[in-house]
Design a binder for this molecule. Sequence first.
Ligand code: 0WD
Ligand code: CA
Length: 380
Amino acid sequence: EREGPQDGPIKRQKSDPKAPLTLPVTASRYDAPFPFYRRPAEIGRFSLDAQRCYHGDARQLRYYAPPPTEGPSPGFDLRDGYPDRYVKRDEDVREGLDHLLRWVAQNRKELQAEDKGRPLNADFVTWRGHLTKILTTPYETRDGWLLAVSLFRGSLYVSEVETEAAREQREQRSDLLKELTYMGYKFEQYMCADTPDGTPDPSGVVNTNEAFCTVIRTRLGTHSLLFSGEVDCTDPRSPWPDPPSCYVELKTTKVMHSLAHRKNFYRQKMIKWWAQSFLPGVSRIVAGYRGPDGSVVGLESFETMKIFQLIREDPSCWKPAVCMNFCAAFLAFVKKVVTEDNPKLVHLFAWEPGHPISYTVHRDSDHIFLPDWYVETLSA
Ligand code: 0WD
Ligand code: CA
């Protein structure tokens, strides 16, 4: 009945051979040696400008420019400019995979599989953020997710669908939470310059339409992956000068005063920080500690590859191997379920805390997410 952690203990309900498959999520089932994960390679870059328009280049890449004194208080006011110098991306626009698909379509010549006769040499195509959600699922107790999957010309495309609960949360977000979100972006502005030797300009506007994205190719176990993720900045003085290692992820979090608080932070928040940066091979995460007045009271730098050493001492903490084994098992589950090559067929994988992963099948529905222009371009 049970298979190895690579394939995952996929279960069919009772003795009914027609019952749909489900995948259990319990962390202990995936507590096995760390699976093979190939060093992530950057195969492309693109940018989204202030109007959220796509450009197939690195024009939005910013440069890591921390304050000169690595002192305790850099004097950043994260509330400055809120709300008058804030341009927010329109979150009602569901972009799906569109920007990434545009990059794939424009670079398809270099992505061709030589042997397998498919236009794209990748088992899975998705956003990095979707993979982060899968990685952290065995330890998530609050937020469920919905992932739509279509198999098209030999590659599985994975695109998130907003859950009802997430939409309600988004629409009812408190003013405090809105300001906290702004403060995260403001921190980026204080820490980044437009040129390698430049200095940050905190007098400008914070515009969340702007993004620089890296496109990564890697492999997890038997699954080849092509994904893209938004990158905050590159460190021109990084000890690892090549992308994606030279990229830096910037985060803000509440300043911690007790050991209990720090332990809780390692358990709850660090798992998300680690998963997000580990996947694309971003080697450094820089945290800005927020004081109650919105100032940054200190900075701390974390090496992504060393995070597991910080949490290893706490036996009830999350384990990187569980996250990766679970992800490999989920991808194997998707391969087993989604076998009909059809861009208009969508399998919706659903997960709620405390439950296994299940799915529903949708034909010619509102759930279709591969645009016609993409299907036509890759069929030509
Ligand atoms: O349309 C949507 N519902 C989504 C769009 C959901 C998730 C992402 N996106 C967009 C992002 O804007 C970005 O351009 O896809 C692109 C790549 O995202 P990703 O790197 O795969 O996503 P993730 O790792 O979750 O987020 C990376 C950063 C975030 O940094 P923090 O430090 O907060 O984790 O992308 C930003 C944010 O700065 N970000 C977004 N920006 C605008 N709209 C969004 C969003 N919905 N989600 C994340
Ligand atoms: Ca960030």
